[in-house]
Write a protein that binds this ligand. Sequence first.
Ligand code: ZN
Length: 255
Amino acid sequence: MKPARFDDQATMPRCPRHSRTALGVVLSIALFTLGAACEDPPPPVESPCPRQTDAGYVRTANDGGLVQFWTSTDRAACLTFHQKLPGTADLGDSLETSLVEAALLEWSSQASGCGADMCLRLGEPVGADAIFGFTLDGPNRNVISAVPDADLWRLLGEPEASLAVTLTTYDQYGRLLDADIALNDGGHTLSDDPKASEGTLDFASTILHELGHALGFAHSIDDEAVMWFDLRPGETRRGLNATDRAGLCEAYGCR
Ligand SMILES: [Zn+2]
């Protein structure tokens, strides 16, 4: 059975201090990196809600220690995610779309339930030209894509055993600008009916977890949370628990 490690999280500053080597176009997955001539537009238009409490969730912080958050402008429009189709080889596209929609709805409905200012929605699917990462020239869309080949997955710099990665791009104030989710489809078998005996992993739980990273959350210290770092074959985590909700409600529910 493959190792049960769930995933990893990657973040990238809009204006990186260190230039990273561009991977170039790899079967239409391009990790765009930026040169040194870059300046974040000041001033910050708003402050994020308080960093966090001791409720067990963990917010992602940038190099300067500021938590990452989506601005009220982004939130007012609803965060929109786009599937790159065709999706995983393990699921049909229509099933995959319905599972993604359910995961988006779970975060949205939980936010609504506590008065948090956050909603997520599914936009039009995107094709082979979708960008994994951020480019100053835009347009930047939040993309969910499947990486079909283990060699390509390694080119992203991710451990072979990882199930998925979410790359968030932020500015110096912690404002999130872009969030892209990649699934290690070549390294794992994703399923809507996962079985421990077959080593298959739950697609819906995976997307729900990665969306949490996209919202600015790191791995929870609560081992029953959706944002726990680990997902085992056959296991499902398709609903936020109290710790996940506390993070969502406190990060986006303050006024
Ligand atoms: Zn994770």
